[in-house]
Design a protein around this ligand. Structure first.
Ligand code: PLP
Length: 471
């Protein structure tokens, strides 16, 4: 494609993008595509000869678009949001065009220095201590793995990287029973073994019980094992529980165990002064992660990982063959050594565009608006005799079920599962489900930038009508 054709197509695509954003509500939030339906429309073999961009774009519209779930749709209230925003999209266009691989300072000094500065801004914005150092990872799962590996290495004087784990003893990790599956996966990837992940019981608010954590660590020490890392969750995935960081931190300090804080979704709410209570006790943490790509208007992928002892992180990951050496050495940040991957996209640019375009107040308004709208809807649902909330809802997420009088627990589960499927089949809103104390629960999260009060009102009408008709 020559420059003239690129320009022509790029203008056409930008018009399409702006139309898409303006008209997103006209799409079903979740397609009713059946497995294999898209694949059946794709040729079995790659084309031998070049195809015109007009044909490719036509197939994008005709084949791909009907099979897309629209995460920016105002009715998207499933999983956690994956925010995008116009400034972030514009920055991604520039990032794609520059196509820089930002593994070391020398491979793009501006990308490295911008990343450092923007993460310092972010650290200040969310109230982390000044002695935390930030780096962008692709996802919170990668950050979790980096935390586990660094905790493992510091505990073993960096020897397990060389000798392996076979003679290093049992490394135990601890997290609440509500922890996200990325902790289980991280433990597997770090070679620590899922059997050594202790799921600590939770209280009536679904938050970790510190005394149970203390007992579990003490028992492992007694048995000659090595307590390695505790994961405290701020904003659990199922129901947004906030673990008591300070009490957990005191226990980590007592036993000298690494404390990683997983605030993947809820961390964005720390831009609000009224949510700073969530990180009371942050001075005990060794590492912290949250995803601006979830709720802070920044395109996937962008996970902000902060660590107190950056030298420990670097020592865990640094491998320096001749071909990677640069003359600046360690006078500069070489982010290739700050996590598991070598190649890195220029992700700081979109964060910079977003923070500057919205300002801190704009970001605060976005988060606050979603929390307020969600609380209003949760209160409405709670007032209805035949609905019940199943857990506290401190942020922009709540779990509920339809609960007419005359049903057993098994019947309620089946009824709510039917209601849930029928709600999602409308194509107007998209929710996900979970289980709370064994009960089937419908889960609603508000966070898409396009979602307004009228969309939550509409969601409530849909939920109410479908539930009462299903009875
Ligand atoms: N931690 C929590 C609490 C989450 O909810 C999630 C994902 O939703 C993750 C970690 C994993 O995030 P990522 O997809 O960035 O790896």
């Amino acid at each position: 494609m020559n420059s003239q054709d690129f320009r022509k197509n790029a203008h056409k695509f930008v018009d399409w993008m702006a139309d898409y954003m303006e008209n997103i509500e006209s799409y079903p939030v979740k397609p009713l595509t059946k497995p294999g339906e898209i694949m059946a429309q794709l040729p079995l073999f790659a084309p031998t000869d070049p195809e015109p961009m007009d044909d490719i774009f036509r197939d994008f519209q005709d084949i791909i678009m009907p099979g897309m779930t629209h995460w920016q749709h105002p009715g998207f209230m499933a999983y956690f949001p994956a925010n995008a925003s116009p400034p972030s999209i514009l920055a991604e266009m520039l990032t794609s065009t520059l196509a820089a691989q930002c593994m070391s300072w020398q491979t793009s000094p501006a990308a490295t220095e911008l990343e450092e500065r923007v993460l310092d801004w972010l650290r200040e914005m969310i109230g982390l201590p000044a002695n935390f150092h930030g780096v962008i990872q692709d996802t919170a799962s990668t950050a979790m793995l980096a935390a586990f590996l660094t905790a493992r290495e510091t505990l073993n004087d960096y020897q397990t990287n060389h000798r392996g784990l076979s003679k290093a003893g049992r490394h135990c990790c601890y997290a609440s029973a509500e922890v996200h599956s990325s902790t289980d996966k991280g433990i597997r990837m770090a070679g620590l073994g899922s059997d050594n992940l202790r799921k600590i019981p939770v209280d009536e608010n679904f938050t970790m019980i510190p005394v149970e954590l203390d007992k579990a660590i003490a028992a492992d020490i007694e048995d000659g094992h090595k307590p390695t890392c505790v994961v405290a969750t701020l904003g659990s995935t199922s129901l947004s529980a906030i673990d008591p960081l300070e009490a957990i931190g005191e226990i980590c300090r007592k036993y000298d165990v690494w404390l990683h804080v997983d605030a993947a979704w809820a961390g964005s709410a720390l831009v609000l002064p009224e949510y700073q209570w969530m990180i009371k006790g942050i001075e005990y943490a060794d590492s912290f992660v949250f995803n601006p790509h979830k709720w802070l208007l920044t395109q996937f992928d962008c996970s902000a990982f902060f660590i107190r002892d950056k030298a420990a992180l670097i020592r865990t990951f640094e491998i320096l063959p001749e071909y990677l050496k640069t003359r600046e050495g360690d006078q500069v940040n070489n982010y290739r050594d700050w996590g598991p991957v070598l190649g890195r996209r220029f992700r700081a640019l979109k964060l910079w565009f977003v923070i500057r375009s919205y300002g801190i107040t704009g970001l605060q308004n976005h988060i606050r608006r979603h929390i307020e709208m969600t609380h209003t809807l949760a209160e409405q649902i709670d007032r209805e005799q035949d609905f019940e909330l199943l857990a506290p809802n401190p942020l922009a997420l709540f779990c509920f079920r339809y609960h007419p009088d005359d049903k057993s627990e098994a019947q309620l589960d089946a009824l709510n599962e039917r209601i849930f499927e029928a709600i999602n089949d409308t194509g107007d809103i998209y929710l996900t489900q979970t289980r709370i104390n064994g009960k089937y629960a419908i889960r609603l999260v508000s966070g898409a930038p396009a979602t307004e009060q009228k969309h939550l009102d509409k969601a409530w009408q849909i939920i109410k009508n479908i539930s009462r008709a299903a009875k």
